[in-house]
Design a protein around this ligand. Structure first.
Ligand code: PXL
Length: 290
């Protein structure tokens, strides 16, 4: 028995480059930190344009320091002058000015976008100013390849209260009518069924509930979706695989800090690594017996 080397460890492996535009979470649970961990575990090279530096931990967001829009523009310019970006994602954008800089840059460079319309932190704390919601609707939704709201974000974007699949479908159609190519309404606050709606059809993605509170699941899902799209998956395949990835990160959540602990993006990879170690031990034992 000879075990094959993993393809992503072969010298010369060239990862796709992806971009996350969002806020820094000093506690390492959500935002840019969750995105970069997800990209890395899934084998992509992650670049980032930071919009705001949050002071936060597992108990909540204590302070937000937004960066000047020119600094966001400068980061985006540096990145796209050098790299070819396969897909980008947005998270916390903080203000209407930052939304506009991001929308201008992504459309000028024709970069496909996963728009995670982050409005509030789960633990409380406003991450997008109220007046910036209309900038998101007017300038970012029309250039989005896919928008990934939870039910509260879907309601903030459409004015439709989402409480079941019928109202979710109504809100999804409205978001598509605002110009998005597709929408995934995440059902984590309902029965855990996600609704993926494209222009010509829609698909339900059901799932069992994984109990417990968590921090960083939304960012992890949208970063995984960005990764699978960058890897060439269809939207349906990317949505299914991103959901599986987010579930494994949720199952592996870490009891760190005094509040709600972070999800663990490397949980599945670590489980696979230990299975590989067991196989190697078995191989050595069989060699000895022969
Ligand atoms: O989960 C959304 C999110 C995105 N970005 C930052 C966050 C959070 C939630 O806490 O802190 C920076």
């Amino acid at each position: 028995m000879k075990l094959e080397a993993r393809t992503d460890l072969i010298t010369g492996y060239m990862p796709k480059v992806v971009l996350t535009i969002g806020g820094s979470d000093s506690g390492g649970g959500a935002g840019i930190q969750a995105d970069i961990k997800t990209f890395s575990v899934l084998g992509l090279h992650g670049t980032s344009a930071i919009t705001a530096i949050t002071a936060q931990n597992t108990m909540g967001v204590q302070h937000i320091y937004p960066l000047p829009p020119e600094q966001v523009r400068a980061q985006l310019t540096s990145i796209t002058e050098d790299f070819s970006i396969a897909w980008a994602k947005t998270g916390m954008l903080h203000s209407a000015q930052i939304v506009d800089v991001v929308a201008d840059h992504l459309s000028a460079n024709e970069i496909p976008l996963v728009l995670d319309p982050v409005i509030e932190a789960e633990a409380g704390g406003r991450l997008l100013r109220p007046e910036a919601v209309s900038a998101l609707i007017d300038h970012l939704i029309p250039i989005a390849g896919v928008v990934t709201p939870n039910i509260f974000e879907a309601e903030a974007l459409t004015g439709i209260a989402v409480c079941d699949m019928e109202s979710a479908a109504h809100a999804a159609r409205k978001i598509i009518s605002l110009g998005a190519q597709a929408v995934i309404i995440k059902g984590g606050h309902l029965d855990c069924t996600d609704l993926l709606m494209m222009k010509d059809r829609s698909i339900l993605l059901p799932s069992e509930r994984i109990p417990g509170e968590n921090h960083g699941i939304g960012c992890t899902f949208s970063a995984a979706l960005t990764s699978f799209l960058a890897g060439g998956c269809s939207l349906e395949e990317a949505a299914r695989r991103a959901k599986e990835f987010a579930k494994s990160a949720l199952r592996g959540s870490l009891r760190l800090g005094r509040g709600v602990g972070p999800v663990n993006q490397s949980a599945a990879q670590r489980a696979e690594a230990s299975r590989y170690r067991v196989l190697c031990d078995l191989e050595r034992a069989m060699d000895r017996l022969e």
